[in-house]
Design a protein around this ligand. Structure first.
Ligand code: ZN
Length: 78
C-alpha cells in the first residue's frame, strides 16, 4: 500500500515515494508556491510596502535556490 499525503498547496493526493522529490507536494510548482507564501510573510515584516505581483519565473528560480540551500533535510539518504 502506498502512502498517500495531501499536497499542502493544492490538496491533491500525492504518493509518498522516494522518486517524488517534491513530496509532500505534488509538483515543483506547488512546492515553490508554498515557499513563496512563506517568503511573502517575511516580506510583510521587513518590507510592508512590497508589491503584490504574482510570482514570476525569475522569482521562482531564486526561491528554488534558496529553498534548496535551506532545506537539505528534504533529501533523504538512500
Ligand atoms: Zn499540489
Amino acid at each position: 500500500m502506498p502512502t498517500i499525503v495531501n499536497c499542502p498547496t493544492c490538496k491533491n493526493q500525492v504518493e509518498w515515494k522516494t522518486e517524488n522529490q517534491f513530496r509532500p507536494f505534488c509538483s515543483k510548482r506547488c512546492q515553490l508556491i508554498d515557499l513563496g507564501e512563506w517568503a511573502e510573510e517575511n516580506h510583510k515584516i521587513s518590507q510592508p510596502m512590497q508589491s503584490n505581483e504574482p510570482l514570476n519565473e525569475e522569482m521562482l528560480d531564486a526561491l528554488e535556490d534558496e529553498f534548496l540551500q535551506h532545506n537539505k533535510f528534504f533529501v533523504e539518504p538512500e
